[in-house]
Design a protein around this ligand. Structure first.
Ligand SMILES: *[C@@H]1O[C@H](CO)[C@@H](O)[C@H](O)[C@H]1NC(C)=O
Ligand SMILES: *[C@@H]1O[C@H](CO)[C@@H](O)[C@H](O)[C@H]1NC(C)=O
Ligand SMILES: *[C@@H]1O[C@H](CO)[C@@H](O)[C@H](O)[C@H]1NC(C)=O
Ligand SMILES: *[C@@H]1O[C@H](CO)[C@@H](O)[C@H](O)[C@H]1NC(C)=O
Length: 389
């Protein structure tokens, strides 16, 4: 500030001095310099003697608009509890290692400093488009405080939804996935970890683009939140497709007796989710020794939970699938298959009962796969009748 004032004073000297004597210009410089110092003094004196209730930053406000400063202080509260318990946006630049570390943190204090309403996290693992978005949107409508959505796509894929959609802004930082490789389990852990950053998420359900709900939101929410156990399909398969995929290289940490198989479409509670994200030791053994024709997504979580949290697992899945036609892939259902009776049969597993909190129930399945995009229209028609949403 002062140097620019001095420079302007010098210009003035040159203009007024013209061809005049050096003494004169020296005199002028002295006068101008005196004036500059005097004015600066007056300015400083004035600002210093301003009323005591004035803002501390009033000196700065003389030269800069005050709005700028107050705005900066208001926006960035790095320690706000709101942003800690539920980050306002999903994009971040953490590596998996950093993300898993952060997501594995558990507060020692068991009571929350806010009213915690438990939420169900819906984790969509997909290559790209989600053909049943309109169906899901109707399913979620009106229950905004009780769920969160996370979508893992192939990198670079952008979900085409508008701002009113429940899926808007819900894509997590994703990486490439080759199906059947450990990258698939990495993506599952990435979904879990991102969802764990929201401390209100209590149950975590993994879904694909071909999955649909077969009950309305209140029924599914009550069932999952109220369950004492998680729903991870986990069983001992003595065949070459089960035990046959075990590798003795995993000894002594994982024994054949520990080894389990099951569908990848899990549902876990927060405790299990944290344990899965926190594990490196056992996961590294799977990365190294569970290679085709061993598929980590069918064995890792199933075996790990069996080893350490078996009591917390029902060992059954809540996602219905039809393997009855044989072959390496389950049946896919399209427009002609979707009827009220079909969905009703799915719900109770065709007339069977299931154990829920140590009691029998006819509600066995909450979700179903696989459905082709053509199933959307008849499914939308069922929302107002059987499905009630
Ligand atoms: C946003 O999408 C929904 C459902 O896909 C649709 O009903 C609505 O009209 C769209 N809104 C805008 C502004 O495009
Ligand atoms: C599920 O399997 C575990 C062993 O991993 C067992 O402890 C648990 O009792 C089983 N749960 C049910 C509901 O059968
Ligand atoms: C239920 O069982 C009947 C008779 O076996 C079969 O035709 C039908 O496809 C089954 N439905 C489901 C959803 O499994
Ligand atoms: C859905 O409902 C509409 C209107 O009732 C009807 O025209 C259409 O045929 C139905 N579609 C299917 C696939 O059932």
């Amino acid at each position: 500030m002062k140097s620019s004032l001095t420079a302007r004073a010098d210009e003035g000297v040159n203009r007024t001095s013209g061809s005049g004597s050096k003494d004169c210009s020296h005199g002028l410089i002295k006068v101008v310099t005196f004036l500059v110092i005097f004015i600066a003094g007056v300015v400083l004196g004035l600002s210093a003697s301003m009323h005591i209730t004035q803002r501390y930053s009033s000196t700065t406000e003389l030269f800069f608009p005050p709005a700028h400063y107050t705005a900066v202080f208001k926006e960035e509260d790095c320690f706000s509890i709101g942003n800690f318990i539920n980050p306002s946006q999903l994009t971040h630049h953490m590596t998996d290692e950093e993300l898993f570390w952060r997501a594995s943190m558990v507060p020692k204090k068991t009571d929350f400093p806010y009213k915690r309403v438990p939420k169900v996290a819906f984790l969509f693992l997909t290559r790209g488009p989600l053909p049943f978005i309109p169906f899901w949107e109707r399913f979620f409508h009106g229950h905004e405080d009780l769920y969160s959505i996370y979508v893992h796509t192939l990198p670079g894929y952008k979900l085409n939804v508008n701002q009113t959609s429940a899926f808007y802004g819900r894509q997590i930082p994703s990486q490439n996935v080759r199906w059947g490789s450990p990258e698939l389990t990495d993506a599952e852990k990435r979904l879990l970890a991102n969802a764990l950053l929201d401390f209100s998420n209590e149950r975590f359900i993994l879904l694909s683009e071909s999955c649909i709900p077969v009950y309305n939101f209140p029924t599914i929410y009550k069932y999952l939140i109220g369950s004492t156990q998680s729903f991870v399909d986990s069983y001992d398969d003595p065949s070459r497709y089960g035990r046959g995929r075990y590798s003795r290289n995993m000894l002594p940490h994982i024994k054949l007796a520990d080894w389990r198989k099951g569908s990848q479409w899990f549902e876990v509670n927060r405790i299990l989710a944290v344990n899965i994200v926190a594990d490196t030791k056992y996961y590294d053994l799977f990365r190294k020794y569970c290679r085709p024709s061993c598929y980590p997504d069918e064995h890792y979580i199933q075996t790990y939970i069996n080893m350490f949290n078996g009591q917390l697992n029902s060992n059954r899945s809540v996602t219905w699938v039809d393997w009855s036609r044989g072959g390496p892939h389950p049946a896919t259902f399209g427009a002609v298959d979707v009827t009220e009776d079909f969905i009703r049969d799915i719900r109770d597993g065709n007339g069977t009962t299931c154990e829920y909190n140590s009691k029998e129930t006819t509600i066995c399945y909450l979700f179903a796969r696989k459905f082709a995009p053509t199933a959307l229209e008849p499914l939308m028609n069922l929302t107002s009748t059987l499905l009630k949403f």
